[in-house]
Design a protein. Structure first.
Length: 299
């Protein structure tokens, strides 16, 4: 049985073979994945099915049966749960993927797969840092131990290339934040926050921003939520734009084009948002060219 919403077909029960251009696999309850799906619908109007995978993998067997019953031409894979599922069950299929921090650890068939890199936002963050505050030598990084370890390692590599020493502090719970910020503030020129269950709590962001401001140190983040609670700027991916790019790529393949010819400019889906109130308090001059390209501005 199918239900069509915004040109996307959601599979609820399937007892017979169905046919679709695309089958989308995503993590159940992941808000960013929902926005990606909206973007896919904008980028490609082909008929699609969606399967939600649970984080605990408890519905994997059901998902396998659904995949067998849907004769899809290609598969769009969002997140680590879907990537793991695809590695085991879609080895010889055409796979488009995104929202995966480290796609290299999954054995995607290189001749039949194409991905959009979400780590580009980290590269862009350091690029903006150099443009706004080119005298930064040391940065503190607050991240979730259980969620951001791979991204933190990648950030260290990028910081090193930019001549910045990164001091990471992994957080397991919100009780860790006071110790981490007290250790970091005397040593760093700026604080970088990665989104995790702990770091995106409003009280945690506010505490970090307030303590940093007392020391005339800016906070920047890799999710827009940090902006409204006192970050100077945030660099993040726009999931709708990612979805649109995936959808356009899917339509390109559906027309019989070779997957190896797909080209997407990664920075197109990395966006900067600014808090000009904080910039004024810290007496930081943000270049006009950056203000002009900001996705969101707090004045």
């Amino acid at each position: 049985m199918k239900k069509t919403i915004f040109a996307i077909c959601f599979l609820t029960v399937s007892a017979s073979l169905c046919f679709a251009k695309m089958l989308i696999l995503k993590t159940e309850g992941a808000a960013s994945h929902e926005f990606v799906v909206r973007g896919i619908a904008q980028g490609c109007k082909e008929n699609s099915f969606i399967i939600d995978l649970k984080k605990d993998l408890s519905n994997n067997e059901k998902a396998k049966e659904q995949v067998k019953n849907i004769q899809a031409e290609m598969y769009i894979v969002l997140g680590d749960e879907a990537a793991s599922f695809a590695t085991e069950n879609l080895k010889d299929k055409i796979v488009l993927y995104s929202m995966i921090p480290e796609p290299g650890k999954y054995n995607f068939n290189k001749s039949k797969s194409f991905g959009l890199d979400i780590l580009i936002s980290i590269d862009q963050l350091f690029s903006y840092l150099k443009s706004i505050e080119n005298n930064i030598k040391t940065a503190g990084l607050l991240y979730g131990i259980n969620e951001n370890a791979i991204m933190a390692q990648y950030a260290s590599k990028i910081a090193s290339k930019e001549g910045i020493t990164l001091i990471p502090r992994g957080l397991e719970n919100e009780q860790d934040i006071k110790t981490a910020i007290n250790e970091l503030l005397p040593q760093v020129d700026i604080i970088i926050m990665m989104p995790s269950i702990v770091t995106t709590k409003p009280e945690v962001i506010q505490f970090v921003a307030q303590e940093s401001l007392k020391n005339n140190i800016a906070v920047v983040g890799l999710a827009e939520i940090f902006l409204q609670y006192g970050a100077l700027f945030t660099v993040s991916i726009n999931p709708i734009i990612i979805g649109r790019a995936l959808g356009e790529s899917a339509c390109y393949i559906a027309k019989g084009k070779d997957i190896s010819h797909i080209k997407v400019t990664n920075p197109a889906y990395s966006i900067i948002s600014l808090n000009l109130r904080v910039a004024e308090l810290l007496k930081i001059k943000i270049p006009d060219k950056i203000v002009e390209k900001a996705y969101k501005t707090i004045k």
